[in-house]
Design a protein around this ligand. Structure first.
Ligand code: SAM
Length: 184
């Protein structure tokens, strides 16, 4: 249950998301999170899935189609900074940061665009909605990205949001971290 941030993120998805919800996968990559979200929101819900790489959009499309889960998903080849152009409100968002596995590792998420995208997602978040951010510190810029996120989140009002950081205590210092943002 607590083995890694992806597994922990899945627990929060299952806990929070209901059929009919509108949710966001801010980095669809190989499509595994998008597929899980699509199954949770069901045919009456909607998933908006973003990636800046055509390869990621194609991999996600293929995975969804193999699992007959493509009808409730909009795949968007654009930066997650621009989510406000496509979605009006969301109940849940997942940001699984870093690079696309088995691909060009130089194409990664970056501090500035990630901070902008997470603040955009917070603006769109419904009451009782949740944003889960999986941060990988091992790649170039990963630590800066994580620290920039913490700095930007510090400004939010604790009367309106709960913001929690998870870290594996007995692992190496650059083990992945998770940030959870709940709108009250
Ligand atoms: N959620 C994915 C899954 O289940 O397979 C894994 C995501 S992978 C770790 C990170 C992805 O973020 C990569 O596919 C990369 O192309 C994408 N990415 C990088 N910068 C981005 C941006 N500005 N907007 C959207 N996606 C971005």
């Amino acid at each position: 249950m607590l083995n890694n941030v992806v597994e922990i993120a899945r627990q929060y998805m299952s806990l929070t998301i209901k059929e009919g919800d509108t949710v966001l996968d801010a980095t669809c990559g190989n499509g595994y999170d998008t597929l899980f979200l699509s199954q949770l929101v069901g045919s009456s819900g909607s998933v908006y899935a973003f990636d800046i790489q055509k390869e990621a959009i194609e991999r996600t499309k293929r995975l969804l189609s193999e699992n007959e889960c493509d009808r409730n998903v909009s795949l968007i080849l654009d930066s997650h900074e621009n989510i406000g152009r496509y979605v009006k409100s969301i109940q849940f968002a997942v940001f699984n940061l870093g690079y696309l596995p088995n691909s060009d590792k130089s194409i990664v998420t970056h501090a500035e665009s990630t901070v902008n995208a997470v603040s955009a997602a917070i603006q769109l978040l419904n009451s009782a909605g949740l944003i889960v951010v999986c941060c990988y510190l091992g790649h170039t810029g990963g630590i800066t990205e994580f620290e920039s996120l913490l700095e930007s989140l510090n400004k939010y009002d604790c009367d309106c949001y709960n913001i929690v950081v998870l870290k594996h205590l007995i692992r190496h210092d650059d083990a992945p971290r998770m940030i959870l943002i709940e709108k009250k």
